[in-house]
Design a protein around this ligand. Sequence first.
Ligand code: PLP
Length: 384
Amino acid sequence: MVAGRPTWAEIDLDRIAHNLDVIRDRCGGHVQVLGVVKADAYGHGAVSIAHALARAGVERLGVASIAEAMELRQAGVTLPIVVLAGNYHQAEQLLQQNHLEPVIFRHEVLDALEASMDRNGDPLAVHVKVDTGMGRLGCALSEVESLVDRVQRSPLFSLAGVMSHFARASEVGPQTAQQFSEFTKCLEKSRWQGSLRHCANSAAIFADADYHLDMIRPGLCLYGVDPFESASDGRLLPVLSWWTRINTIRELPAGAAVGYGGRWVSRRPTRMGILPVGYADGYPWASEGRAEVVVRGQRVPVIGAISMDMTAVDLTDLVEVSELDPVALLGGDSGKAIGAKELSRWSGRLVYELLCGIGPRVTRVYRAGGLRQTGVLDLRVIQS
Ligand SMILES: Cc1ncc(COP(=O)(O)O)c(C=O)c1O
């Protein structure tokens, strides 16, 4: 029970290790794993997830920014960390000082790094990124060779990897294979040997084993969301479940309007429950009229507009229910569990967006090896 406002996300770190096993089974032992923990590990809590991944044996972590990497370093995470999103402006020194690995796609970025580096320090390990069709970051195919050469020749840098990123890996169609073919062509032209070639996110990992190369970069599938309908035959298990407790139960007569806009009106005498969760916590406003939650092992509908801090549900069909009963917004009793993809369909929001959007008011509670802890669970303290 979380005191005060009982709305919490339960994060099962044993499932992180399990999902990693499923992913490794798909790839074979020779493929390294970079666990993507940006955006607070997709809302799961970057520090606890990073410790869990380190314990489970991933080779690297990936974050979006230096600030995200620093949070991990300050929490004692020692794994190599790749800073994926390419923004190092005025923070270049932190990369070398903290052994963070930047993604490079322009000579100007190397210029800026060189200008700030301690020439007596360790060489900075970098990943050269090529744009094979994503159309975002990445150098042109024609520039890979010169960037790789410069990194290889400089005593200040070492080439940790050459990478690309797919734009449409979760879609059926020729685009991903075309991007991959561009990537392999430019690898043929550059002296990448001795570094890691990597391009596969979750969907690409399950789409085609060719894409695994030397290292994969799973995010979504580590958290137990299948990138396709059933690429893992149900073996990936959701890591996060989202809970609250019924705050107030009220009996309404037929004809009573509920919530902003009065869009839901009871057609029968109704037992309504108010839940202390709303769109400010990341529960999607746009799921009005479709969303369901699980109470006492049964699905019940959300009714009326989802407010900033409150959501109403119809409890009339439950035989028994009381205030403070736990309610699953995501996950819940296995037969009736609500999946992230279901909430995504109800709301029209991406699964990624939903997970990353579970707000800071939702207390994170961690489970691992029989332990349950609020805040951060550092698995290094548990004996293997
Ligand atoms: C460069 C890069 N690699 C890998 C990932 C992980 O993607 P996914 O969560 O689809 O596995 C991301 C996430 O956006 C990314 O930006």
